[in-house]
Design a protein around this ligand. Sequence first.
Ligand SMILES: [Mn+2]
Length: 429
Amino acid sequence: MRDPSSPSSLRAATLLLGFGLIAWGCEAPPSDSGDAGASGAEAGDPAEGADSAGAAQEAAQDSAQEAAPDPEAAIIRLDPNDPNLEVWRDRDISDDPPREPGPIRVGSVLTFFGLPVARTIEDLVAGEVEVAFMGAPVDMGVGFRGAGEGPTAFRAMRRSVGSMETMVRWRSELTAVDYGNAPIDNLSVERSMPPIRRMVREIAETGAIPVIIGGDHSIEFANVAGLADVYGKENVGVIHFDAHYDAGGSRSGHLISHAQPVRRLVDDGHILGRNFIQVGLRGSWPGPDGFEWMRENEFRYHTMAEIDRDGWTTVMQRVLDEANDGPEYLHISFDIDVMDPAYTSGTGTPVPGGLTPREVFPIVRGLCSENNVVGFDLVELNPLVDPGYTTALNAKQVVDECMTGIALRKLGLGSRDYLSPLTRRDARR
Ligand SMILES: [Mn+2]
């Protein structure tokens, strides 16, 4: 064996290191590979005397710092002197008239399902609110505008609620309010996460169920992190309905977008991978790396390929059984693109071959009736590309089915199979 301190060994070691970094860069997202390649090239210079990975990286960093700044790489910073810099952090209720706390009826003003409005935590508590809807109009996580108009489109839908299937009108069974929109920074996904998370936490701390209408799927991070803050990191399960697995790596340096909330939640320790169930995955993303990552983290997932092979009824029972086998509390994150674009073309990243309304409505109603649902989000409704309001109509129905399920559970009728005797052929007299 050669002396490890000899120059040739050093060169071999540093070249290997460089090769290793480049090879790692190939597996990493494209944005990372450039940096890794540059470090590898610099670490390959034996004159730097690198005898370990740490020393090589330090040398690379030193030379990077000494290099003249690249004017094209300059980051334009936020203006710390702008008096409105932090205005996005809090909802402004300073103009509200003095009043007794409690939900406020607002007549024909558009609210989610025509519900009364609540403005403060005190309103939620005084009204003994069980479900608080809120809007999270983030759309820069998609990369183009439109999903941010989701809450507005949702509030504009017809107000009828309830289902003939169960003969339950959830509006009569549950105390629900429109809690308004989260005060996001509509120029920044990153800065929009804290106010959404805080609002979700606020609602959950009163014991109410936050129902968050997006907005793009980046908000799943804030929603689940907010619930984990209240219920505990190991106690919350998530069912992620989506064509995409949304656990992507760095995107041009960004660590949160509509393609990354699941990765952030797991990698940052807000939720355990084994408490995550994915339903409806299809199309070109992820490749093997993404599926390997899910397996390493003990995810459960159900692709459209599984549904095509085994049939929806079978897979639906599997998902319902897995949810019952999960932790005490459940959040459902419903990306409208899990449904086929025939029903939901009004979304940012449609993928053909998705679920039908006939498949989606019973599973959502079943999940919400059999489980202790503590949160629900409906995301990626983009009314700007929704001809005929088809997507908004289906999105509203998905949420309506969950509300019916929650009402069934409260009435002691919580079962995936529950149907009113009046609508069942086998119960006919
Ligand atoms: Mn998604």
